[in-house]
Design a protein around this ligand. Sequence first.
Ligand code: FES
Length: 104
Amino acid sequence: MALRVRVCSMRDIVEGELRAFAVRGVTWPVIVTIVDGEVLACPGVCPHEDVALWDGDLTGATLTCPGHGYRFDLHTGRCAHDPGLELRRYPVTLVGDEIWVDLL
Ligand code: FES
């Protein structure tokens, strides 16, 4: 069974910008953004080391970590620098204007 939590509403996010939202019981905030009209969500921490990703750069669907510059595709989670690393992506459900993500 999925652990679905409400993270934010559509008016809290902007296409092409990384926004981070604290979720009760979760250590790192959840990042939510819009890429090509699609709402995407991922953990706020880099899978390489514990560095906050919301301070990274988002160009198209590519999120560049501020830690060591690794690039992650937000559609696939793949890391361009290290194929062994993957950024989790949380399934997103829109309920009216509200954005819910499945953490598990
Ligand atoms: S901490 Fe993100 S690339 Fe190293």
